[in-house]
Structure formats: structure tokens, C-alpha cells
Design a protein around this ligand. Structure first.
Ligand SMILES: [Zn+2]
Length: 256
């Protein structure tokens, strides 16, 4: 969308192209990666998915909901700069209404930041209610977090020493491998700290106790990340999301 002129964009929407909205964050990702990892990856994986189904990728939601200590290290960490939940909800709702106003009927949120999900859902739900009241009953919205499309077989191949779960993957093998494959110039593997997965309680406590987050800000080690794993992850996640979207959206223009 950002690179299209308005006429080419309108043509794509008129042909029935779904719109994919990447949702990321500005959040610390350890000493070895930049703050925009979630925004960059959601945008790039949305692009790879869109290519497979003839969708348009919208400009991304660059900031996200507050980083949580048990999935992103916490919102207290330097660099992590977040939106409130009502704001993420309002942005998601507003974007749905804006795209529908322009004639879009099928919208997918491609989430790259764990904490965004419920607020995107709420925004989508509120927008749908408002649209239904205005007589639009043919709008369909999907929400997809890309890591949910990495299947068990791929997980066991990529994590031969055991998988700690997606919540502890912050700044770990998943994101670092994808970054090594897609944007190697933005990763410094010499700064990766090889420490065991963070041991966090199975509850939250407020105000946050900073000492619970590892000093690196990463919740698991990225030492086993490789560009080749990133290539496999990109392929698996985008193929899986493309298939899911095709199964739920009525008509997607075939890819070029
Ligand atoms: Zn992340």
C-alpha cells in the first residue's frame, strides 16, 4: 500500500484484494537486535503472505501494547515505548472502518507482538458491530500471530534441544533467525548472551519487579539462531497464514 499510487491501489481493492495490516511494537530485543523487530517482521511476513494470495499490505501499526514481563521482558526496560490498550483498540477499530470505507471487505491483522492480540481483537469486534448497525453485514476480519503457524514438526527440527514455548521466545531463536535471514545487517551475533531460559513466575506482580527479567532483556538464548532457520520459519509461517486466509476469505485474487 505504501509504495502504490492511489490509482493502482484502487484497482487492487476493486479486484477484491484483501488488506493485511501488520501490527508490531517498539520494544527492546536484547543487545543484539534493534527496537523495531516486531514491526519489521510483521510487515515482512505480511508481505510474503500477501504475495501468495494477492493481498495488499497496509502501512503497519508500528507501536504496540505494553510489553509484559513474562512475554517481552517488561515495559520498564529502556527503549520499549508502548501504547495503552484503549489506544491499540481504537487504532485497530479505526483502520477497519477506514479500509471498509474504501471498499475493502476482507481484512487480516498480521500480529508480530504477543501483547497486541486481545486489543486488536477488541478493535475488530467493535468495528464489526458498528458496521453491522450501518448495514454492512459482509465484512470479514481475521487475526493471525505468525508464530502460531510454525507447526510441531518444524519446531522439533529447529529446536533439537527442546522448545521453551513462544512466550519465552522474546529475542530468542525465532525472531533472531528471521532477522538473520531477512535483515542480517541489523543483527550483531557477537552480542548474544548465552544464558538459560528465564525463570519467571506463573503470575504477574505490579509494580513490576525488574530483577525478574534477565539483564539482557531476552527471555531465552539466541545463540542457536541461524539464517537458514529464519528461511524455514518465514516459509512455514507465510505458507500457513496464506492457507488459513484462503480458507476463510471468500475470494482472493490469484497471485501474479
Ligand atoms: Zn519481538
Amino acid at each position: 500500500m505504501e509504495e502504490l499510487d492511489a490509482f493502482a491501489y484502487s484497482e487492487q481493492l476493486a479486484a477484491g484484494a484483501p488488506v493485511l495490516i501488520p501490527a508490531g511494537s517498539i520494544e527492546q530485543h536484547g543487545p543484539h537486535m534493534p527496537l523495531h523487530v516486531d514491526s519489521l517482521l510483521s510487515r515482512t511476513i505480511a508481505g510474503e503472505t500477501a504475495r501468495r494470495i494477492g493481498a495488499v499490505v497496509s502501512a503497519p501499526i508500528s507501536y504496540g501494547y505494553k510489553s509484559q514481563q513474562r512475554s517481552g521482558g517488561g515495559n520498564h526496560l529502556p527503549g520499549t515505548t508502548s501504547l495503552t490498550g484503549d489506544l491499540v483498540t481504537a487504532i485497530a477499530k479505526t483502520l477497519v472502518l477506514e479500509f471498509v470505507r474504501q471498499g475493502v471487505k476482507q481484512i487480516g491483522f498480521i500480529n508480530g507482538h504477543f501483547e497486541n492480540y486481545q486489543f486488536l481483537y477488541e478493535g475488530a469486534d467493535l468495528a464489526l458491530k458498528e458496521l453491522a448497525n450501518a448495514g454492512h453485514d459482509n465484512i470479514r476480519i481475521m487475526l493471525l500471530s505468525y508464530w502460531d503457524f510454525v507447526d510441531d514438526e518444524t519446531i522439533s527440527k529447529l529446536y533439537p534441544h527442546g522448545f521453551t514455548g513462544w512466550d519465552l521466545e522474546h529475542g530468542g531463536v525465532l525472531e533472531t533467525s528471521l532477522m538473520l535471514h531477512l535483515f542480517p545487517e541489523q543483527v550483531d551475533m557477537t552480542k548474544v548472551e548465552d544464558s538459560p531460559p528465564a525463570e519467571l513466575p506463573n503470575y504477574d506482580v505490579l509494580p513490576v519487579r525488574p530483577e525478574l527479567t534477565p539483564a539482557s532483556g531476552c527471555l531465552s538464548s539466541a545463540v542457536e539462531a541461524t539464517a537458514d532457520k529464519g528461511r524455514i520459519l518465514l516459509e512455514t509461517a507465510s505458507a500457513g497464514m496464506a492457507a488459513a486466509i484462503k480458507s476463510q476469505f471468500e475470494h482472493t485474487p490469484s497471485s501474479p
